[in-house]
Design a protein around this ligand. Structure first.
Ligand SMILES: [Mg+2]
Length: 363
């Protein structure tokens, strides 16, 4: 296949979540953003990818437009992983984490989509699919108010979700979820890196009282593997982390340090499918479970779906629980009753609606 064009398309889709205003990296968060990466080939195929950040990190788009597009336009490829790895080496001086890796993630997913389309096979089939649908877990945003946590947990359970994740940092708010859900619903508590050292161990011990399936990112800074390992040992609570790892190598070092029970590669941040597969293989080797980060609605979500369909363990996929105006693949990969079917068409098996792109693109 010969690449003839690479285009990056930021989409901003407004949402509400029934709670107090949210912020992300110091800015108000009122939209869910997707940076679509569109790669066209001489054979007339179009592949779709997703680079983390979209309009939040304009540098992801800049790396795609200014560095990656000129390097790959006119290039022929058969093996997505080989081209992706070549680009990692070429671009390493831009930085081994953040927007350069997010941009490479977007390209990599599009290359795998193209490889599937060229072979006439779905991505999950290429990877060795073991299932045709997955459970999704409802990933609630932070409410901070126990009553609102309880209301939204009840709402998610009514929608058919059988597992819940919170983004809360207090026992009070987390306990409200447990009280609303009862003892048998698995509840995960994502704290987003709030505590250092002893404080992390102490607060994890508190949250352990509501019996979570795991505590996610209890430690600042996220690369403090030693303290994560201490939380596991001393708070006796399963720990999940990995979405903030700069790249696959860094995430695998986290596994070597016995820092986590659940590894959380994020396909649109870690370097795409190529790098996700390395983390998944390392997790198997280390006897660590996989629980990907997937706050995505576009190709990142669909790629995670295919990747999980090929895992030996039956792993639930993360789905943000909020009211989004629409999604990039509305009607094609909807979560219904807490489950989602893996698309069966070639590659990712989904195509964005051009009218939707025209309406929500910001550049
Ligand atoms: Mg998280």
């Amino acid at each position: 296949m010969k690449i003839t064009r690479v285009e990056s398309i930021p989409l901003r889709i407004p949402f509400t979540h029934g709670g107090p205003p949210l912020s992300f990296a110091g800015k108000p968060r009122t939209t869910m953003d997707t940076l679509l990466v569109r790669v066209e080939t001489e054979e007339g195929l179009v592949g779709w990818g997703d680079g983390f950040g979209a309009s939040i990190f304009p540098n992801t788009k800049l790396v795609l437009d200014e560095f990656i597009a000129p390097l790959v336009t006119g290039r022929s490829f058969d093996d997505p992983a080989a081209l992706s790895e070549e680009l990692q080496v070429k671009l390493h001086n831009l930085g081994r984490g953040g927007p350069p890796i997010y941009a490479l993630s977007g390209l990599d997913i599009a290359l795998w989509d193209l490889a599937g389309k060229a072979a006439g096979t779905s991505l999950s089939t290429m990877l060795g699919a073991r299932r045709t649908s997955l459970r999704a877990y409802a990933s609630l945003l932070r409410y901070g108010v126990p009553e609102l946590v309880a209301t939204n947990v009840t709402k998610a359970l009514r929608d058919g979700f059988e597992l819940i994740k919170l983004h809360e940092i207090t026992l009070e708010a987390s306990q409200a979820a447990r009280d609303a859900a009862g003892p048998s619903i698995p509840i995960m508590v994502d704290t987003n890196c709030p505590w250092r050292g002893d404080e992390a161990v102490h607060n994890a011990q508190l949250i352990a009282k509501m019996d979570p399936l795991w505590i996610e990112e209890p430690v600042w800074p996220p690369e403090d593997h030693e303290t994560l390992a201490r939380v596991r040992r001393e708070a006796r609570i399963p720990v999940a982390a990995g979405e903030n790892a700069a790249n696959a190598t860094a995430l695998i070092q986290m596994l070597s340090a016995s820092a986590v029970d659940y590894a959380q590669p994020s396909v649109s941040r870690i370097g795409g499918i190529t790098e996700f597969l390395k983390v998944s293989a390392a997790a198997r080797q280390h006897g660590v479970k996989l629980a990907p980060h997937s706050p995505y609605f576009g190709p990142g979500f669909v790629a995670t779906l295919h990747l999980l369909a090929a895992e030996e363990a039956d792993i639930a996929i993360e789905r943000f629980f909020l009211d989004l105006e629409t999604t990039p693949f509305a009607g094609q990969v909807d979560v219904i009753g807490g489950r989602v079917a893996v698309p069966t068409g070639p590659g990712l098996g989904v195509e964005p609606d051009p009218a939707l792109i025209a309406r929500y693109r910001t550049a």
